[in-house]
Design a protein. Structure first.
Length: 591
């Protein structure tokens, strides 16, 4: 071994060790690996930062922005409404939800698709009285399977495509992954529809998640404008539009008279409705019913659309100056520049006008004000922001525009009129220009640590190849694969990639394993394409741990899962992926 090879192996081994140790952020580890590679001379200074200008970084960032826009549009919830009444058994719930999230994950970031469907899973869980833990892990696994079907479904596919261009001279196209990915997804959906029974007993795993993520009922006031479709309708009609998730607990007329209405009461323009329900349900009814939240002025609404004004959910803490006072008494708007839009008080219904309610410790508030000043304002008010939740009451939602822009981008790529990079970059820019997302929101949804990881490790991975390190590893693997038929060698690469992914970020796994797979194919005299495809499949399919992929991590808390719960459902699914994946790759990508 040469000095360059020893240096390259040492850097990768130390990097892997630090990632497994998990005491230092993975983006910082990647930056340190790049710096070490530069210092050792295996990455030339003029090539050190080429990874940050790579198409992979642009595609991943743009896909995250587009995914967020689709998720916030509400189109998925609208499409799911006809199916919800038919989800009576757990198998039907898992089958329908996993099928839809799998399809959606093929065209948007899989963690974005999962985030869209988690609230739906909780809604179904509450309606049926069955624990959400039966749904969340199958949803996570389904989102991973769906990402296999297209180039942009998951980061490993994008990276493998880029590395194929370096190795073969041409990248994988948008739907090159579809024959293998769709086959695995279909069989995976069938397995998960019935395999959820392998999960631990619901009494142990489901309760913790449901309690941790229970959503309080808020009380808010909304004015009924003349153009609202609810004018002339009844209270029952409004509650039906909200699918019984919102209750009209009061109507304020003639400026000050408050009535407790029955279901047959007619709604008139100018009525102030006192609504009670979950934050998500209140957001939906204010959009669908074209209601105006009391306390918001037209100028403030315009500022909110520009991203200058935002909303935050916060809890009143002990010692807050708000305790014992109302919004009017402390001059919340005049002194602090924020509006009170909604209030939640555990176990008690709010019967007064919001501006007259005296705050108590533990009250949950939805406050509206300048985003830049909000942290200081909350500190002055003695309120703690709840970063886990996102409340956007009164915000206009673009229902069809994001999905239309995404469909056009996908069509342009499929027709080979533009590259994937240009298509998704263009889609992200259009969504910003049309104010579906504000620039601030776009910056917030981009996973910057992942982009740092990619930009840093691309030169390090390339150094492993240019120093001949990948050829050495391929030689070692070829010794093991020498006694195996070509399909056995393919299964070996897929299994190794799947085994490494739980301990590395899946993007890092591809950057390390793809050159090794291509070198192994070369030493065995085989086509590198099936081996690159095997690396992509293995790196995208971590079903054994909650740490190998963000989707698995995301459902761990809400589902009340333990570390060892994942293998119960994930091990048989992994065996299916290795067995069927090897067969499908060999069929569609001859060696």
């Amino acid at each position: 071994m040469t000095f360059s090879q020893i240096a390259a192996f040492s850097i990768v081994i130390v990097m892997v060790g630090l990632l497994i140790w998990d005491k230092i952020r993975y983006d910082v580890v990647a930056l340190g690996a790049l710096l070490a590679a530069i210092a050792c001379g295996i990455v030339p200074p003029d090539k050190a930062f080429t990874g940050f200008s790579d198409d992979i970084v642009i595609i991943v960032a743009s896909a995250l922005v587009v995914s967020a826009a689709v998720g916030r549009s509400g189109i998925v919830e609208l499409m799911m409404r006809p199916f919800i009444p038919h989800m009576k058994t757990t198998s039907s719930q898992v089958g329908i939800l996993v099928s839809v999230v799998t399809v959606l994950s093929a065209f948007m970031k899989n963690i974005g698709a999962l985030a869209i469907f988690m609230p739906i899973a909780f809604q179904i869980s509450r309606r049926t009285g069955k624990p959400a833990s039966r749904l969340l892990m199958p949803l996570s696994f389904g989102s991973l399977l769906g990402g296999l079907a297209t180039l942009v479904g998951t980061s490993p596919n994008i990276i493998v495509s880029r590395m194929r261009e370096d190795i073969v001279g041409e990248p994988f196209t948008m739907f090159d992954f579809a024959p293998v990915g769709i086959g695995l997804a279909v069989v995976g959906i069938v397995f998960l529809t019935f395999g959820w029974r392998l999960l631990p007993r619901a009494e142990r795993s489901g309760a913790a998640g449901d309690a941790q993520f229970s959503i309080e009922d808020y009380t808010t006031e909304a004015r009924l404008p003349p153009e609202s479709p609810l004018v002339g309708k009844t209270v029952f009609d409004l509650e039906s539009m909200a699918e019984a998730e919102v209750t009209v607990v009061g109507i304020i007329r003639e400026g000050f008279r408050r009535y407790v209405p029955s279901g047959h009461w007619t709604l008139f323009a100018g009525d102030v409705l006192v609504l009670e329900g979950e934050a998500q349900a209140l957001e939906k009814i204010t959009v669908d019913g074209k209601l105006e939240l009391v306390g918001l002025k037209e100028g403030e609404i315009a500022s909110a659309r520009r991203g200058e004004i935002g909303m935050v959910e916060a809890v009143v803490t002990q010692g807050s100056p708000l305790i014992g006072n109302s919004a009017a008494q402390v001059s919340l708007r005049e002194r602090f520049g924020v509006n009170l839009l909604a209030l939640s008080r555990r176990g008690r219904r709010v019967s007064q006008r919001l501006r007259r309610v005296r705050f108590q410790q533990g009250d949950l508030l939805v406050l509206h004000g300048n985003k830049d000043a909000m942290p200081d304002t909350l500190a002055e008010l003695g309120c703690l922001p709840l970063a886990e939740r996102n409340v956007s009451l009164g915000r206009k939602r673009h229902l069809y525009l994001p999905i239309t822009v995404l469909a056009i981008a996908m069509a342009l790529v499929a027709l080979q009129m533009v590259t994937v990079t240009i298509a998704f970059f263009g889609a992200a820019v259009i969504l910003l220009l049309t104010r579906v997302l504000t620039p601030r929101e776009a910056y917030e949804v981009v996973d910057w640590p992942i982009l740092i990881l990619l930009g840093s490790l691309i030169p390090v991975s390339d150094a492993l190849r240019t120093t001949g390190g990948t050829d050495l590893i391929a030689g070692w693997l070829s010794g093991a694969a020498g006694a195996l038929p070509p399909m056995g060698a393919l299964a070996l690469i897929l299994t190794v990639a799947m085994a490494v992914t739980p301990f590395l970020n899946n993007a890092a796994t591809v950057l390390v394993m793809a050159p090794i797979g291509a070198s192994l194919a070369g030493q065995l005299g085989l086509n590198p394409d099936p081996f690159l495809m095997a690396v992509a499949v293995g790196a995208a399919c971590d079903f054994l741990t909650p740490i190998g992929h963000q989707c698995n991590t995301l459902v761990m808390g809400p589902g009340g899962y333990r570390f060892g719960d994942y293998w119960r459902l994930g091990l048989p699914l992994s065996v299916i992926v290795i067995t069927l994946g090897t067969f499908l790759i060999g069929m569609f990508w001859p060696m």
